[in-house]
Design a protein around this ligand. Sequence first.
Ligand SMILES: Cc1cc2nc3c(=O)[nH]c(=O)nc-3n(C[C@H](O)[C@H](O)[C@H](O)COP(=O)(O)OP(=O)(O)OC[C@H]3O[C@@H](n4cnc5c(N)ncnc54)[C@H](O)[C@@H]3O)c2cc1C
Length: 399
Amino acid sequence: MLDRIVIVGASLAGLRAAETLRQHGHEGAIVLVGDEPHRPYDRPPLSKQVLTGKVAPEATTLAAPDDLRLEWLLGTAAAGIDRDRRRLVLDGGEEVAYDRLLIATGATPRILPDAPPGPGVHYLRTLDDAVALRADLLRSQAVAVIGAGFIGLEVASSAAHLGVPVVVLEALPVPLERSLGPRIGEAVAAWHRSKGLDLRVGVGVRGLALDRAGRPEAVLLDDGSSVVADTVVVGIGVTPATGWLSGSGIDVADGVLCDSRLRVLCGGRPVADVLAAGDVARWSHPAHGQPVRVEHWTNATESGEAAAMTLLKGDEADPYGPVPYFWSDQHGLKLQMVGRPEPSSETAFVEGSFEEDRLLVAYGSGGRLVAALGIRRPARVMAMSALIEAGAPFPPPAD
Ligand SMILES: Cc1cc2nc3c(=O)[nH]c(=O)nc-3n(C[C@H](O)[C@H](O)[C@H](O)COP(=O)(O)OP(=O)(O)OC[C@H]3O[C@@H](n4cnc5c(N)ncnc54)[C@H](O)[C@@H]3O)c2cc1C
């Protein structure tokens, strides 16, 4: 009998797990422990509508049924686990007993040592980060975004929408290459420039010039030049939030390593009473040779649900093997991607082009369809997801 389930990380994956537990009849206590002061909220609007002012910060709160009967420990960080005694240790030293524990602590931004957070220098992960960044954008004369990943490009689009001049500085020669591959990464860069974005690639940052109040005046580049900016946003990726698990015996190299049902591995073996979900989990995906970690909204939702089913059904639960999906809003358009391209994947334009702001690109590896990217083709992108799951050939069949 499962009695008390403790979920660490009061955000998307944790809340969806709690909801699923209740929907499927769990009657015992569910405790949500979160280090932020807020009830769970949605992060995707933070780099988009919250920055542009279209959505108020408080409107990002995630909807949940009223009758979940959750116990909240907010503004409270977990500091460790005593697995033998089934106790979660909080940062004040108090302990919370559990029968089952779900780790859903997400990820935190990687810090660029040459541009650490400070007045006018922003990293964007939380609601409070977004509120502080919007305040600076509204009074800014020039913004520099370091890192042309999805978050950086979304922030740049939002700043441009607010009418603030923005420069994006990317160290790699091709932005988004890891997510979209070299050919499409190049095409996305050209597309951004065609929309008026000043996107500079192959640019190393060596530091910031600060004024006497400690606020940025310019970003200093490796080649000796500089870019004037009074607001700097750094978006160079995230690190799974696993520091609090050191010494627990849980394998936390690049995320909490899990089996295919999201049970964590200790010494290579799954343990039945500790699971992980969301951005923090790196699990054995049934369709991939390597354990994978996915940093997207839909995976946080679905893995939270899947972990809850493992908590309830153990080995009877289905292995967790989704076709990953994410979206990104840039320049008022939604990019949608299903699947996981490999670095060596081939690409084929199935329809449209970036110039038309409407396209469908298929990715193939070993003669199989492995991923697809779309702009203004939502139904086709979803159809591609089903084809990927079915092991369809590449190039994919015509519509
Ligand atoms: C600005 C932004 C925009 C995004 N846009 C998109 C998008 O357009 N499309 C998309 O697919 N995805 C997007 N994402 C990604 C998506 O929001 C994440 O994948 C999702 O939030 C992951 O949910 P999670 O519950 O796993 O982790 P998180 O949402 O990161 O939540 C983890 C929670 O655990 C807390 N925590 C960490 N350590 C501890 C501890 N020791 N004790 C207690 N609590 C702790 C954290 O503070 C946090 O509240 C975006 C993310 C950001 C930041």
